[in-house]
Design a protein around this ligand. Structure first.
Ligand code: ADP
Ligand code: MG
Length: 452
């Protein structure tokens, strides 16, 4: 990935001094603040070192804003350590300017995280539709789905998709004015405008935009006057084919106290949900996040994290951060051993882990009417593969055997296969109540065995 200076006057190569200092700063940040490091830091470009200020070019405004807001302190500290002097790091946009190319419409516009692109969004069964709709909107704003309404529980990628739309549109229409605010901000700006008697400014700001993106619109609830104003904003934009994108923790009809006329408008375009990721998607997300952070994951690490954490994606990221910190502190690679020490499988509570492998195998053999030799064979037919995975799951949960040992009992399968199988079953349990009941019956048998 080459870094091409975008304006002529800055096309001279950076001084060797600036380059060396920047390399040292990056190393220092990697060592002292591993969790903020992203792979794209490699693409930042030291322009020059001038009177105590190292000026570093970013490839877009999102990166520049992000560096300034989220990483400024770490880089300045690293610059002092690396140079032994009071050097300040100044981040510039692609145009070589320090400030954003277009000043923000309002100070409270939300910051966009440069990592939240479509490229970094992992598709899975739970978000395929939302992802496709978001892409369609980003390609043809105002034409396809208007409004686009994405709803779902916390930490499942709503904000990521909203920001991906903003990033894509801003790169394709740099001159567009995009208002990207949280619902709270819309509300508080409105209240302030009312109090200050500046309603026409407020209306001008929100009704002239090329696209309006409001995150967490469920907070609109119960504020009559804001809903009224929002209704008119919506109409003004909709009538002129401006794209509107909304996210919420619930579908329109389930947002408490939302006026009917807004509920119906929110459904004019496309209402789509993001749902919890399945095991495979979680693995891919862990791998994507690790790649972004430049972490090399040992074999089986992504599977382990995905098997242990099945709630939301923010927690998956938290787990990666923990791994990263632990690895940096102990000076170890991010391998399976480290992952096991750092992130425990929640289902493996020691009080429960009292059954023998024999008891688990016996229960499965009797319940499914399969033979031990089938469970141990290579056969992958569903009638055998599923009971085998159930054994993996139950052995993980109810015995003290390691993944390798469980694999050994099942014809010498390796630990990732066991982890994968157990993860699959855990997944099915949450999605299929009759399967969950089946597992419960099996567990009762195993418990009976342990007591008897
Ligand atoms: P929400 O707004 O729904 O609460 P976010 O969009 O803030 O959730 O997502 C939480 C974290 O999970 C973010 O860091 C986001 O990048 C990440 N994330 C969510 N879904 C995905 C996905 N499908 N692929 C990659 N990362 C994801
Ligand atoms: Mg969000």
């Amino acid at each position: 990935m080459g870094i091409i200076p975008t304006s002529q006057e800055n096309s001279r190569t950076p001084s060797a001094e600036a380059q060396q200092l920047w390399a040292k700063i990056l190393d220092t940040v990697r060592a002292d603040h591993p969790t903020i490091v992203r792979l794209w830091f490699e693409d930042l470009w030291p322009q020059d070192l001038d009177s105590g200020s190292l000026r570093v070019r970013c490839n877009d405004e999102f990166q520049r804003d992000h560096m300034e807001r989220q990483c400024g302190k770490a880089f300045n500290e690293a610059a002092r350590l690396a140079s032994g002097r009071l050097v300040h790091v100044q981040f510039l946009g692609p145009n070589g300017r320090a400030g954003p190319s277009t000043p923000p419409r309002s100070a409270r516009q939300l910051a966009i995280n440069p990592d939240n692109t479509f490229e970094n969004f992992v598709m899975g069964p739970g978000n395929r539709l939302a992802h496709a709709a978001a892409q369609a909107v980003a390609e043809e704003p105002g034409k396809r789905y208007n409004p686009l309404f994405i709803h779902g529980d916390v930490g499942l990628g709503k904000t990521h998709l909203l920001q991906a739309i903003c990033i894509r549109i801003m790169s394709q229409h740099p001159d567009w004015v995009i208002e990207y605010v949280s619902c709270d901000e819309f509300t508080s700006q409105f209240m302030e405008a009312v109090q200050a008697g500046r309603m026409s400014d407020f209306r001008h700001e929100f009704r002239q935009v090329d696209m309006l993106v409001i995150d967490d619109v469920h907070f609109l609830a119960k504020r009559d006057r804001t809903q009224e104003e929002f209704f008119h904003t919506f109409n003004a934009l909709y009538q002129t084919n401006r794209q509107i994108v909304l996210s919420s923790d619930a579908p329109p009809e389930d947002i408490p106290d939302l006026e009917d006329r807004l509920v119906s408008r929110f459904k004019w375009g496309l209402v789509t949900a993001v749902e919890a990721p399945d095991y495979e998607t979680r693995i891919a997300i862990v791998q994507t996040k690790a790649r972004l952070r430049g972490i090399v994951l040992g074999e089986g690490v992504a599977e382990h994290v995905a098997a242990c954490i099945d709630s939301n994606i923010r927690e998956l990221e938290g787990a990666i951060t923990n791994l990263q910190i632990r690895a940096a502190v102990d000076g170890r690679p991010v391998d399976l051993a480290l992952a096991r020490e750092t992130i425990a499988a929640p289902q493996r509570e020691d009080a429960q882990a009292s059954a023998t492998m024999q008891a688990v195998l016996d229960a499965a053999i009797a319940f499914y009417g399969v033979k031990l030799s089938d469970l141990q064979a290579k056969k992958k037919t569903r009638s055998i593969a599923r009971p085998r995975q159930v054994v993996m799951y139950l052995a993980r949960k109810h015995t003290r055997h390691s993944l390798e040992e469980i694999g050994g009992y099942l014809g010498g399968r390796d630990h990732t296969t066991v982890m994968h199988g157990a993860g699959k079953v855990a997944e099915l349990i949450t999605s299929d109540p009759s399967f969950a009941a089946e597992i419960e019956r099996l567990e009762a048998r195993i418990a009976g065995d342990a007591r008897g």
